[in-house]
Design a protein around this ligand. Sequence first.
Ligand code: BV8
Length: 239
Amino acid sequence: MTPSLLILTGAGISAESGLGTFRDTDGIWSKFDWQKLASPDGFADDPVAVHAFYNARRAGLLAARPNAAHDALATLEAAWVRSGGGFLLVTQNIDDLHDRAGSERLIHMHGELLRARCGACGDLRDCRADLSIAMVCSACGREGGLRPHVVWFGEMPLGMEEIYDRLSSVTHFAAIGTSGSVWPAAGFAEEAGRAGAVTYELSMEAGESGHNFQHVLYGPATQSVPNWCETVISEAFAA
Ligand code: BV8
């Protein structure tokens, strides 16, 4: 069977690039209330506070750079595809560090911080500057409807049809830098296991998804991911 790899990444892969994680000690959700700042109701109640929250994170992202883990996954993708395998990287992260590292077969299932969407007409565009309620959508002319192109709690994640289609036939699955606490992403390992895939967890400690990963590698992603990339491709294509 042709080796087909699906990798799910979370905030932990960007931690060593200086971007915050959510549920670690001092994590983002320990300082900010996700119900007020990462939900449609929160945006409806106080769009100024939500824009300030994402404007600050966007500025931090523009000052950050991909790290060795992002680079290793982009190199792995090219080698895996060159060997004739199937490859998909699904990230829960809204940063663009995988994109900047050169990953191409990539789905941002929770959206992208560097894009804005008009709540009125759905127009999508790149956004590297602050958003505010005073801004007017250049597509429909409405004021105040622009929001970060981010999937908030209670909203449907993106690319789910393609993700589940791939999960049904993967031979290898890795969860990297994620606590496995947010659904439906937290259920992907189980889906891959049902397809008979070899499953890997690369993090600082065991996640909450409850899946029994066949292989676990705990430690900083900039060390564990490059090492894992070296071995997984030789294992997959040697068999
Ligand atoms: C939806 C964007 C349905 C915003 C985020 C069951 C099924 C389906 C849904 C649910 C369900 N049960 C509950 C729900 C609802 C909810 C949910 O899961 N709630 C949880 C809290 C229980 N899910 C949803 O609302 C989802 N939507 O289900 O819609 C639907 C159906 C029909 C019609 C309409 C809708 C949407 C969820 C998406 C929310 N948006 N992000 C933003 O970023 O501001 S989620 C948020 O958590 C983050 O953004 C992140 O993407 C996500 C996961 O967090 P992690 O990435 O894992 O980060 P975390 O800090 O938790 O962990 C970091 C890990 O890294 C740790 O393990 C740590 O050890 C490790 N680490 C740290 N440093 C390093 C490291 N590893 C390696 N090296 C290091 N240096």
